[in-house]
Design a protein around this ligand. Structure first.
Ligand code: IPE
Ligand code: IPE
Ligand code: MG
Length: 244
């Protein structure tokens, strides 16, 4: 039975570490790359559901800086898959008012992928629906170091630097901090994703391998978020001083 989510108190930004593709491919077809190609249907599902629920921001962690250390055969396969997927999906994303952006060190990729990324960003730049960000050749430490370098070059004085001004030098400056982070694939770690942005994010860990992540479990993650008491270090609104 499909869960239905409450339409109030929805997260404004959902970020997903889509992990477990390789293991799924290995288990099912003895081929890690088939796990990567079968990841696309789960991606389509979360995009569609975010559009339906009018969730304004969705960020997908698709390739980390550290993932370059994998065998060349796997890296080349993933790059080709990203190229073909962006190319094939661009028209329908645009028709659905999705605005695409990419975070990470995009210059690391071959020109052909950089070209399709630039085309996707340009084609969807005036869309006002879902803000879909894809993290590619991304690492949280890289983004923070990149911001520090830009701050030094800007000549700002230390007293001019606070969380807001620092954030303005981050590549992801236009994306809200995530309210909900989902990590599939069973590991309970951040793997260098959004280290600055996740300070107060609610985290849903799932053992499901990403190609099998279902609409029902996505809704379960949103319901989990809706039940959290987000205190941000303060006390919750039900706290009664008289009761200590
Ligand atoms: C996540 O799935 C996708 C990428 C990191 C590119 P993995 O490829 O890490 O899958 P597992 O964790 O090895 O199963
Ligand atoms: C995190 O998964 C990166 C992405 C999903 C893109 P990894 O598979 O690279 O992380 P580790 O190696 O399990 O920490
Ligand atoms: Mg993995």
């Amino acid at each position: 039975m499909l869960l239905s989510v409450r339409l109030h108190n929805l997260p404004k930004h959902i970020a997903i570490i889509m992990d477990g593709n390789g293991r799924w491919g290995k288990l099912k077809y003895n081929n890690r790359n088939l796990g990567h190609s079968n990841s696309i249907s789960s991606i389509n599902m979360v995009i569609k559901e975010c559009i339906r629920l009018e969730i304004p921001y969705l960020t997908l962690y698709a390739f980390s800086k550290e993932n370059w250390e994998r065998p060349k055969k796997e890296v080349d396969f993933i790059i080709a898959l990203m190229h073909d997927t962006i190319k094939n999906k661009l028209m329908s994303l645009d028709e659905n008012n999705v605005k695409l952006s990419f975070i990470g060190d995009i210059g690391d990729f071959p020109n052909s992928l950089q070209g399709i990324i630039a085309e996707a960003v340009d084609k969807t730049k005036n869309n006002v629906g879902l803000n879909l960000s894809i993290a590619l050749s991304y690492s949280g430490r890289w983004e923070i170091l990149d911001a520090v370098k830009k701050i030094i070059l800007s000549g700002l004085n230390p007293e001019q630097i606070d969380e807001n001004s620092f954030n303005n030098f981050m590549q992801s400056k236009n994306i809200f901090n995530p309210d909900l982070l989902i990590r599939t694939g069973g590991e309970k770690r951040l793997s260098n994703f959004f280290l600055w942005q996740l300070a107060y994010t609610e985290i849903f860990f799932s053992d499901t391998l990403w190609p099998e992540f279902s609409l029902s479990e996505f809704r379960e993650a949103i319901l989990f978020y809706q039940k959290r008491d987000r205190r941000f270090g303060k006390l919750n609104s039900n706290y009664n001083e008289a009761s200590n």
